[in-house]
Write a protein that binds this ligand. Sequence first.
Ligand SMILES: Cc1cc2nc3c(=O)[nH]c(=O)nc-3n(C[C@H](O)[C@H](O)[C@H](O)COP(=O)(O)O)c2cc1C
Length: 216
Amino acid sequence: MSGREDIMASQPGSGAIKLIAFHGSPRRSGNSSRLLERAVAGARQGGAAVAEIFLRDHALSPCLEDYGCRETGRCTIEDDFQSFFELLEGCDGVLLSSPLFFGTVSAQVKILIDRCQCFWVGKYRLGKGAGASGKRRLGLFICTAARPQRPDLFEGAQRTVRYFFDALDVRLWQSLLHSGLEEPDDVLAHPEWLEEAFALGEALVAALRAEIRPHF
Ligand SMILES: Cc1cc2nc3c(=O)[nH]c(=O)nc-3n(C[C@H](O)[C@H](O)[C@H](O)COP(=O)(O)O)c2cc1C
C-alpha cells in the first residue's frame, strides 16, 4: 500500500474517537513500530478509528521557514503534509512512535514536527486552538533506544514531543519508553512490553471518552 493509500484506507468514520498514529522509524517493522502497531490494535479494540501513517513512505519537505502560514495558520508547502494537516486538525488524539536518534526523535519525526509550526502560528499568533472543536486531546509517545536504561535517556526526545504536542493542543498523556533494543525484532523478546502497548492504546481511548464526555 502506498503512503497515501494507507491514510485513506483508515479514514475515521464520523462519531468514533478519531486518532492519528505516526510511525516515525526509518524501519517499517522495527521496535518502535511494532509497539505502536500493538497500541493501534488496542485503540481499535477500544472502538477508535485510527489513521495510521508511516512517515518513511511520505514525501515531506522540511520546514522552509518562509512563514507562508503566517496569515492563515496553514502551511503553504504542497506535499503530503497537506493531508496530515486535516487529520491533525480533526483528531481527538495522537500516537507517535520514534527510535531514539542521538538523544532525540528520528529525522522523519523532526520534519513532521517542524512542519507543525503552522499549528504553533495558529495557536500563539492567530489565537486559534489547533483542536477543531476545542476538545481536550491526548497523546501517547512511544520511543525505543539501544543503550541500557538510565534516568535521562529519553529526556531530549520527550521534551521535543511535549513542545510538539503543545502546538497541537494535545496533552502528553503517557510515554512508553524502552531501551536495550538494537535489532528490528529485539522487542519481540519482550511480549509483556507489546501487551503493555496494547493496553495503553485501549486505555487512551477510555481516557479520551472520559475527557470528551466526562458525564457519561
Ligand atoms: C542514527 C542512529 C542514532 C541512534 N542514536 C541512539 C541514541 O542516541 N541512543 C540510543 O540508545 N540508541 C540510539 N540508536 C539506536 C536506536 O535508537 C535503537 O536501535 C532503536 O530501538 C531503533 O528503533 P526502531 O527499530 O524502531 O528503528 C541510534 C540508531 C541510529 C541508526
